[in-house]
Design a binder for this molecule. Structure first.
Ligand SMILES: [Zn+2]
Length: 320
């Protein structure tokens, strides 16, 4: 157990330093707000969360995997597959749980309030991948424990999965440039920064895409994959439309956000329910530009009725 903590911490620091150097040498986008202020708040949350998990959780996934192995609970402990198959099956199943959990945090309004803090970051870099609200961290940990008990992965699988998840989340939130030709091949096997950045777009239809953290296949399988942001990686806006104030980046503001911030129309449920809210400013502007301002053609491009588009334009007259 002592070793496990050292290995995980060392691998986290190595990946963090490598991606940080990569960001300095080949950044994908220019930062829009002070990096020092963002890093202070984002890394502050990391320290808070790691302390909280140790104090608040009675057991951690590795400890539970040990108990499950001894007790013979969980699918993989019952199946007793060969070593490599056992590890691969465990990692794939745990990754599916993480994907589904992420979709759920976007679909259930009260969970979206917690997850919004992760998306409210106005820039996108390796520290974005670490900022999660403490309550979201506790709920995620509970889900992970339930998954470990049900799936029954080995201790080795759990440690490997935690290392992979941390390393890939740091990598794919990186503000790093990877040539298109390489990215295209890479994203067949793992979630790349260009793929996950789409998920941090201010445009609602893009935010509700690319939920995967490790494996890119779930998004393709469940129809939530979007290859690139409509405005391009340099042109796209990062964050949430309702939180654009650069003065409100502090740690306390972030912690209070689920209770004080407006959820907007980002949660998947609200997005689908209100017809005039199915659209967002960037997508409408883009569709109008593409069709030379022809509203009939633009509504077809957006996949909504003409009446829905007119209603939207009445709410946001300065879009057209
Ligand atoms: Zn998300």
């Amino acid at each position: 157990m002592e070793n496990e903590v050292t290995v995980r911490l060392a691998s986290f620091l190595i990946v963090f330093i490598l991606v940080a150097i990569w960001e300095l040498m080949a950044p994908r986008r220019q930062p829009t707000v002070s990096r020092a202020r963002r890093w202070f708040a984002n890394l502050g949350i990391v320290f808070l969360n790691s302390g909280l998990v140790r104090v608040a959780m009675p057991i951690l996934p590795v400890g539970l995997a040990m108990l499950a192995q001894k007790g013979g609970w969980g699918l993989l402990n019952i199946l007793a597959l060969q070593f490599p198959v056992n590890v691969i099956a465990g990692i794939v199943m745990l990754d599916l749980v993480v994907y589904l959990q992420h979709v759920m945090f976007h679909a259930v309004p009260i969970l979206w309030r917690l997850h919004m803090m992760h998306h409210a970051d106005l820039d996108y870099d390796l520290t974005t991948g670490l900022r999660f609200h403490p309550i979201e961290i506790i709920i995620s940990m509970g889900i992970k424990l339930a998954a470990v008990a049900a799936i029954g992965p080995s201790v080795f699988t759990v440690i490997l999965f935690e290392i992979l998840l941390n390393a890939l989340a740091t990598f794919n939130h990186g503000n790093i440039y990877i040539p298109y030709a390489i990215d295209r091949v890479l994203r067949l096997f793992l979630v790349t920064p260009d793929m996950h950045r789409v998920h941090h777009s201010v445009t609602i239809r893009e935010t509700n895409c690319n939920f995967g953290f490790n494996m890119p296949w779930w998004d393709r399988l469940f129809g939530t994959y979007r290859a690139q942001p409509a405005a391009g990686h340099e042109g796209m806006a990062i964050g949430l439309a309702q939180f654009r104030d650069t003065d409100r980046l502090g740690l306390l503001w972030m912690l209070a956000l689920p209770f004080t911030g407006k959820p907007g129309n980002y949660s998947i449920n609200r997005w689908g329910k209100e017809p005039s809210r199915r659209l967002d400013i960037e997508s409408v502007r883009y569709a109008l530009a593409q069709t030379g301002g022809n509203k009939a053609k633009a509504s077809r491009l957006l996949g909504v009725s003409r009446a829905t588009l007119y209603r939207f334009l009445a709410d946001f007259p300065n879009v057209s």
